[in-house]
Ligand binder design. Structure first.
Ligand SMILES: [Zn+2]
Length: 168
C-alpha cells in the first residue's frame, strides 16, 4: 500500500485561499486523474473520477474503496481511496513562497495516480473576504473582479503533481 499526496500550487493575485467548495474532504468533489497499473504499467486512456460520496465493495473482502477498478490490459484489480482529514487549501502564503499544498491524500493499491485534471467545484476566497463559489478551473486560470475589495482577482499558472507520502 502506497499513499500519494496530490500537491497543487498556482500564482495568486488578491486571492487568500483556494480549495474544493466544501473543503478538501467535500464528499461531492470529484478528483480526476489517470491511473497507471502497478502490475503491467498500462495508463488509463481517460481520467477517472474519485469522490468520497462514491464507494464500492472490494470483491472477496468486506472492505470498501472509493474506486475499485480492473486494469483493462492485465485485468488486475486495484483500488483508490481518499484519506480524509489531511488535505489543506492552497493559501496566499504558500503561493507567494512558490510552495505546493497537499490537497488530498490517496491510498492507492495496484495503481499509481498520474496527471490530475483541474475542473469545476472550487471555492476562491479573496484577500477582501469575498467568496466565489463553484469556480471552474478547467481553463487553467480564473479571473474576476472583487467589488468589495475593488481589485481584480486572478489565479493562473496552476500546477499539480502526485508525490509518494512519506511517513515518519
Ligand atoms: Zn495492468
Amino acid at each position: 500500500m502506497v499513499n500519494y499526496w496530490l500537491m497543487i500550487t498556482a500564482d495568486f493575485e488578491n486571492v487568500a485561499e483556494l480549495q474544493p467548495q466544501g473543503g478538501c474532504d467535500d464528499p461531492s468533489f470529484y478528483y480526476l486523474f489517470k491511473l497507471k497499473c502497478g502490475s503491467c504499467g498500462e495508463l488509463t486512456e481517460k481520467e477517472t473520477c474519485v469522490a468520497l460520496e462514491r464507494s464500492a465493495q472490494i470483491p472477496g473482502s468486506k472492505r470498501t474503496a472509493n474506486l475499485v477498478q480492473k486494469c483493462k490490459f492485465c485485468e488486475r484489480e486495484g483500488t483508490v481511496s481518499l484519506v480524509t482529514g489531511k488535505g489543506k487549501p492552497l493559501t496566499q502564503g504558500l503561493s507567494e513562497a512558490r510552495k505546493y499544498t497537499g490537497l488530498m491524500m490517496f491510498d492507492c493499491r495496484g495503481y499509481e495516480p498520474v496527471g490530475f485534471l483541474f475542473q469545476g467545484g472550487w471555492t476562491v476566497e479573496t484577500v477582501a473576504g469575498t467568496t466565489f463559489e463553484d469556480v471552474d478551473l478547467s481553463d487553467g486560470e480564473f479571473m474576476e473582479y472583487d467589488d468589495k475589495g475593488k481589485c481584480s482577482v486572478m489565479i493562473s499558472n496552476l500546477k499539480s503533481r502526485f508525490v509518494v507520502a512519506k511517513w515518519k
